[in-house]
Design a protein around this ligand. Structure first.
Ligand SMILES: CC(C)(COP(=O)(O)OP(=O)(O)OC[C@H]1O[C@@H](n2cnc3c(N)ncnc32)[C@H](O)[C@@H]1OP(=O)(O)O)[C@@H](O)C(=O)NCCC(=O)NCCS
Length: 196
């Protein structure tokens, strides 16, 4: 486990929650949490087109747990190409989302802890930029701004003022233009058995 997660775990243990790597046993609780906080329309978002059928970026599926270990928050990041740069080379980046915290635990700093851990972990793993679609007044505190995504488009409807970027390496998104494309590893699909 990367050093960022370990130090964040130790710090937030005092605050009645921990930030941890998601494991396969968390999937049902995470999906229930997303259904509760975001509703069924979450599956129709343009971001979903970049996530569907893919696994999250290595080490970048995080959960917040209460002291009994129950999942009370989630964030995941996904490998994408953020258009191309001026010489036509695809721009590697991450897409962040969904971020959600159980309504019973809002306002305790869990969303912020998930965001800061995710950003630190992405940086320590050598990633260069993160994009997301969300409320600017919330995400600006973590360094996300619309200007960083101004020449990029989502693969579907999106609100320009909610499409935000953060550079983990200075200047990484300068000149990046075009549509976001999924580039993460594909989910292994169970093989269909032929009828005899
Ligand atoms: C948005 C969300 C992740 C915040 O989680 P959280 O654990 O309550 O966040 P934190 O405790 O770290 O931060 C709370 C602060 O963020 C502010 N905040 C929360 N949502 C906000 C929003 N959409 N826009 C602006 N500020 C927001 C709160 O007012 C609070 O401000 P304060 O620190 O000045 O009091 C959580 O409310 C949630 O899951 N919402 C439903 C799902 C969702 O909308 N996710 C995407 C967010 S665009």
């Amino acid at each position: 486990m990367a050093a960022v997660l370990d130090s964040v775990r130790a710090f937030f243990a005092q605050n009645a929650f921990t930030i941890d790597a998601e494991n396969p046993g968390d999937v049902v609780a995470r999906e229930n949490l997303l259904d509760r906080t975001m509703g069924p329309s979450r599956r129709r978002k343009s971001s979903e087109a970049l996530r569907r059928g893919r696994v999250p970026a290595e080490g970048l599926a995080l959960v917040a747990r209460d002291l009994r270990g129950h999942v009370i928050g989630t964030v995941r990041l996904w490998n994408i190409e953020a258009g191309v740069n001026r010489d036509g080379t695809p721009v590697d980046a991450l897409l962040l989302g969904p971020l959600a915290v159980d309504a019973a635990h809002e306002g305790k700093g869990i969303g912020g802890a998930l965001m800061r851990t995710a950003i630190g972990e992405a940086k320590s793993r050598g990633h260069s930029a993160i994009l997301l679609v969300g409320d600017a007044p919330y995400y600006e505190r973590f360094g996300f701004f619309a200007v960083k995504a101004q020449h990029l488009v989502m693969p579907g409807p999106f609100e320009r003022n909610r499409f935000l970027g953060l550079e983990l390496k200075d200047g990484w998104l300068e000149g990046a233009a075009g549509m976001l494309v999924a580039s993460g590893r594909k989910l292994a699909m169970p093989r269909m058995r032929r009828a005899a």
